[in-house]
Ligand binder design. Sequence first.
Ligand code: SF4
Ligand code: SF4
Length: 107
Amino acid sequence: MTTESDNPCLACGACCAAFRVSFYWGEAEERGLPERLTEPVQRWFACMAGTNQARPRCVALQGEVGGPVACTAYAQRPTPCREVEAGDDKCGQARVIHGLAPLTQVR
Ligand code: SF4
Ligand code: SF4
């Protein structure tokens, strides 16, 4: 079983509530992302619903940022979600936005 100490994302979720999570619109269908979880951005782009606003929060995120969280669309999540890695710059930015220490400081 994966624990929070193995995978810090399970007790975070900050990057799911910090940026617009946008991607080429065709990816949603390719990955089987339900339409209700996406929003159009412009002609060729869509984003995860809830992330194109002043205080982004992906509707697929279950739980509260900084507590136990889960992505309810994990298998279908789009490219930006797959690219961010625990401990990278984007991760650090997202955690700081939510008042959490960057992982480089807590490890
Ligand atoms: S901000 Fe970092 S630690 Fe938190 S969920 Fe995203 S990648 Fe994981
Ligand atoms: S799809 Fe999942 S991993 Fe991607 S932003 Fe939403 S909750 Fe986070």
